[in-house]
Design a protein around this ligand. Structure first.
Ligand code: SF4
Length: 286
């Protein structure tokens, strides 16, 4: 097992901060505790290319082969360090010394990995062998591209049976907005289908990154398109746990990063309020 020396803080999100290949710790303000990340995209390849993405050297491409026995060894060792060793004492600020979740959140889209199902089984097996002081959440942070695939649906169902949830990336409500922010051509109909497919098998939260480009926040038309798309999903009967609105906590690592800046909490609340009026839970992280 690697040694863990430097204290972690909420700005330390490096995927190799534990010196492991697939498993990394993140101290999260949003989670108010420690999150154990599983990175199935060690080649920094994603099927999207979001302008705010924090992945260094991001490329378009397929997910790599995964050494599942190594992933399992890393998770075993890391869970043992967290639950029985002095990892929390050495590396985590006192007020955040609680294990909140295990999250499939890598340097690309986790459900794109052909090993996603096997990785899910590894996580379920390892948590079944241990006792946790506080209820542990299992999270998949996803752009939703593969949620309708049969193998992904089965894996998500398995996670849902163990308090799993999927955080579904929906950054903009218009086709043009998504083209700019996510560099994908994605119709509203396809988004609605994917949301419905996901919500049929696992509780979902929407996750939305709001930021200014050249100093300007998304336009009012873009906000209306976003609200309208969510209203359509709800009227289709798609169950949503809620919406997480957040802004740039750290600079983008993509070309053009200098044009992007954070939105203020006040600006984000103008998106949050109409969502609350639709009856949705909304978390704002500004
Ligand atoms: S979906 Fe996630 S990993 Fe992929 S480009 Fe967007 S932010 Fe980066």
């Amino acid at each position: 097992m690697a040694e863990f020396r430097a204290p972690l803080n909420v700005f330390h999100h490096s995927r190799d901060s534990a010196g492991l290949k697939y498993v990394y710790p993140v101290v999260s303000r949003r989670a108010q505790g420690l999150s154990i990340g599983i990175n199935l995209n060690t080649n920094n390849a994603c099927n999207w290319a979001c302008s705010y993405c924090q992945v260094p050297g991001l490329v378009r491409g397929a997910a790599p082969m995964i050494d599942i026995p190594l992933l399992q060894l890393e998770l075993q060792g890391f869970l043992n360090e967290v639950l029985e060793g002095d990892f929390m004492l050495q590396r985590v600020p006192e007020e955040l010394r609680r294990l909140n979740d295990i999250a499939f959140s890598g340097n690309g889209e986790p459900t794109a990995s052909p090993y996603f199902t096997e990785a899910v089984e590894v996580v379920l097996k390892e948590i079944a062998l241990r006792t946790f002081n506080t209820p542990l959440k299992l999270v998949v942070i996803s752009n939703g591209s593969f949620v309708a695939k049969a193998s992904v649906q089965s894996a998500l169902k398995r996670l849902a049976s163990q308090r799993g949830e999927l955080w579904f990336k929906l950054d903009r409500g218009s086709v043009a907005g998504r083209q700019i922010v996510n560099e994908v051509e994605l119709s509203n109909e396809l988004i609605l289908e994917r949301l419905n497919s996901a919500a049929n098998v696992i509780p979902i939260w929407l996750q939305t990154c709001l930021f200014c480009e050249d100093g300007a926040p998304p336009s009012d038309d873009e906000k209306l398109a976003f609200l309208d798309l969510i209203a359509q999903a709800l009227s289709n009967g798609t169950q949503l746990r809620g919406v997480m609105l957040y802004t740039l906590a750290r600079p983008s690592l993509q070309p053009g990063a200098e044009r992007l800046s954070s939105m203020s909490e006040e600006q984000i609340q103008t998106w949050a309020q109409p969502l609350r009026e639709m009856g949705l839970a909304v978390h704002v992280n500004a």
